[in-house]
Design a protein around this ligand. Sequence first.
Ligand SMILES: Cc1cc2nc3c(=O)[nH]c(=O)nc-3n(C[C@H](O)[C@H](O)[C@H](O)COP(=O)(O)OP(=O)(O)OC[C@H]3O[C@@H](n4cnc5c(N)ncnc54)[C@H](O)[C@@H]3O)c2cc1C
Length: 475
Amino acid sequence: MNRHIEELIKLLGEDKVSTDPITIKLYSKNAVYYEGSALAAVFPESTVDVSKLARYAYENDLKIYPQGSASEIVGSSTPREDGIVVNFMRMRKIKEINYVDSYVVAEPGVRLIELNNVLRRDGYMFPIDPASIKSATVGGAINSGSGGMMGAKYGTMKDWVLGLEVVLPDEDGTVLRLGGKTTKNREGYDLIRLIVGSEGTLALVTESTLRITLAPERVVTVAGFFGDLEDLMACVVEIKKSKLDVLIMEFVDDATAKMTVETLGSKVVGEGHLLITSVSTVDEAAERVRDALVHIYDEAGANKIYSALTMEEAEDMGIFDIRRNLYPASIKMASMGLRDDEEKPYIFVEDISVPPTKLVEAVRRLRNISDKYGFPMVLGGHVGDGNLHPVVWIRESERDKMEQFNKFVLDIMEMAIELGGVISSEHGIGTVKKDGLIMSFRSKNSLKALRLMHEIKKIFDPKNILNPDKMLPSV
Ligand SMILES: Cc1cc2nc3c(=O)[nH]c(=O)nc-3n(C[C@H](O)[C@H](O)[C@H](O)COP(=O)(O)OP(=O)(O)OC[C@H]3O[C@@H](n4cnc5c(N)ncnc54)[C@H](O)[C@@H]3O)c2cc1C
């Protein structure tokens, strides 16, 4: 047995350390086929366990690859054979809920859906709602800096973390408590914001205090199809001008909507680009809000309109299905015709943002880029905050076109930068977007920022044992 495994078992107990090859394989994959390998999968149950692990790893130069549910799609959670996967699924207690002071205290393995199921019973919610909400964990969402469909109204994870307990990868396995339980905090540099979105490269999150908010009393949803993209954007502008309290504003382009319906089916069908808008309101105003929204869609030229007066009704009608099925449909398309024993396609979920007023141009340019390179593209996103998710892929049999494919992906990111946007909005950098990160900082003549990030990494993780080689490109 590897000496590290023996020591880890002594340190934590046998039931927290698995060397079973199938278990290791299971915990070495992310959601898009990036697959690593590891010496063992370790399942800590407390901060003390994590601290012991960190101290041992520091003393013995063992790499640690932290993991929630591994639903990330950029390679940020996949381990390598030089280290151990530390999976937080056994630390999944909601320790405290305080509605008066508007926070919850949760362990990192709590899934966002579990948190919301508890909060919703009392009329509250945690508003970060990635499409992967059923699997995403608090620790993973914090470290990814996740967002979701309600991003235009509620921002991303960085806006909702009040306090963190973290373990440092140092000689003591130091436990730090940062921030607290108040919404206002000006105690020195904001280390919490540094850790949020750090992709498990700075510290191991063992507990967090998250801000919560009231759930809307009523959510009214309208969806419609537009033959013309300009008409859809005109609709978006009118909705924004109408001062309705927009909660969700999602877009799927015409080809993608058609493909999704053909591939996975949908109760909601129509010709053209799909726009879905959900508005937060009160019971008494629901019908008035619905009529106002439908009127705006109608005036803007929607050819088919669906509406629901509650979220439950919207779900029953399948209003969100096309948008939610964007990714599963791409996987299905990318894998169509492949035998079980054939290599899975390499799927790349882009995550650019542009200022919302630049969306029409961005969509046009994206289509031109896709035509130029001849690779298929599935396109949807969060129109409310300008975050687009073009999904592109290449098959093993097209390996000779890999260079072209990489250029295609870089062109997408370059376009976002040219329009004043960013190359990653909520998924992160991982191992796959490092070139994009260099391109972005270079475009701002600010490569030094990346060198500063390397220095910060060294301060937190002097031996480079925590999720090494993730996120930061060499500069
Ligand atoms: C179908 C699909 C849809 C998605 N939709 C969205 C979306 O709408 N919005 C969005 O933002 N993301 C989305 N994602 C990406 C991903 O699901 C989210 O980022 C999610 O929050 C990750 O949570 P996780 O628990 O799976 O984290 P993991 O994937 O396990 O880890 C993510 C990162 O956090 C680190 N990490 C995990 N736990 C800890 C810890 N306790 N301490 C230190 N580091 C840790 C990991 O090392 C890794 O770098 C989607 C993914 C899929 C597959």
